[in-house]
Design a protein around this ligand. Structure first.
Ligand code: FAQ
Length: 336
């Protein structure tokens, strides 16, 4: 018995020293991580990071990437119906930009150790979220204006602070994305301005589109702060810099001023500037509708997912060809 016990005991001893070394490594890693956060510096892929930090980033960055990819659909629907060649070219460029944003973000998420195919599988299986906003239909050409002005406007408001996110690859991806998003917002504003200064019917079309997208755009910022389970920790880790409500209020203030220039009305009679608090306030939002959209029961959830699955299947040959080409190139380099 003791003959058998001895080697076992040695293994236990060895495991304990491995465990001790691991614990010491983790303690040093955590101290270094906390220092980076306290100094408002950047965490890079090779740095030690808590499992929760990695998980939160993966969740947020992959959701963000999926949003960009699914977000191509409402506007892509209008490429063939754009009112002029110039508008068509601008819209194609914008939709391509969104694809690019998705790719930067998938790359940033991959640095956290997640495989891109797995992220896509999670989206297609309905396990991963994408932004609620892309489950609403784009009914008229004016919706291209409202999406650019309100949706890209909300995206910029949310994403400019993310340029300072503590995770390096995410923050750097956001810098480039925000530059492109500001062009997107201006093109949306310009579409609405032209319609607003057009015939009464065109102006009405612009107003109707703003009426449709206003509340969903406000809800893009996520649930109210007291119902946002992730905000506190994400802010403590310098991932999110402002709370959902704070960003929503900032966005509202920007839109109030820009709506005046457009000659359009925000469909909310309760908008007011709270002098005491020094911020803008909106009327009640339909959070039940938001919950329905998140649960997959929004106006276009099924259609968006069906289209994405179809596009994924149709793109299988491209992925196979790219993988075959990469393998061939690697073999050639290896042989050289
Ligand atoms: N839609 O605790 P919180 C764009 C979920 S890109 C769906 O507050 P968090 C460009 C949230 O995931 C638009 N789900 O969560 C474009 C969480 O669920 P989970 C995308 C939402 O992460 C323009 C739960 O609710 N932008 O527009 C939404 O701290 C035009 C509890 O919420 C980003 O992704 C929502 N709106 O804050 C493209 C920006 N809100 O995961 C094409 C980066 C919340 O625990 C055309 N992301 N949820 O199951 C963020 O800043 C944050 O993730 C928030 C949510 C602010 C979205």
């Amino acid at each position: 018995m003791s003959e058998h016990a001895a080697p076992d005991l040695r293994r236990v001893g060895e495991d304990a020293s491995v465990d001790d070394a691991q614990a010491q490594h983790d303690a040093e890693g955590l101290a270094a991580f906390e220092q980076i956060i306290a100094q408002d510096s950047r965490v890079e892929p090779r740095d030690w990071m808590p499992a929760g930090y990695r998980k939160t980033l993966l969740r947020q960055i992959s959701q963000h990437a999926h949003s960009e990819i699914i977000g191509m659909q409402p506007e892509a629907n209008w490429i063939t119906r754009a009112p002029s060649l110039k508008r068509k070219a601008i819209l194609i460029a914008k939709v391509q930009d969104e694809a690019g944003h998705g790719l930067y973000l998938y790359s940033a998420a991959e640095t956290l150790g997640q495989n891109r195919d797995r992220m896509m599988d999670d989206l297609l299986a309905g396990k991963a979220r994408y932004s609620s906003i892309f489950n609403y239909p784009a009914r008229t050409w004016a919706d291209m204006g409202a999406i650019g002005w309100l949706v890209d406007g909300a995206a910029i408001c949310n994403q400019v602070p993310l340029c300072r996110a503590s995770y390096g690859p995410y923050g750097r991806a956001m810098v480039r994305i925000c530059k492109e998003e500001s062009f997107h917002q201006r093109q949306g504003f310009e579409i609405l301005l032209e319609l607003s200064n057009g015939t009464p019917a065109q102006k009405q079309m612009a107003q109707d589109a703003v009426n449709r997208w206003y509340a969903p755009a406000l809800m893009m910022f996520g649930p109210p702060d007291d119902e946002s389970p992730n905000s506190k920790q994400s802010m403590a880790w310098n991932i999110k810099r402002f709370s959902n409500d704070e960003l929503r209020r900032r966005f509202l203030g920007m839109m109030v001023e820009q709506a005046k220039v457009l000659g359009l009305t925000l469909p909310d009679e309760n908008i007011r500037y709270n002098e005491a608090e020094g911020h803008w306030e909106h009327g009640p939002l339909d959070w039940d509708e938001f919950a329905e959209v998140l649960a997959g029961r929004g106006p276009c959830n099924a259609q968006r997912m069906e289209r994405r699955r179809e596009a994924h299947e149709n793109g299988a040959w491209v992925r196979e060809a790219a993988a075959a080409y990469a393998a061939k190139r690697a073999a050639k380099e290896h042989a050289a």
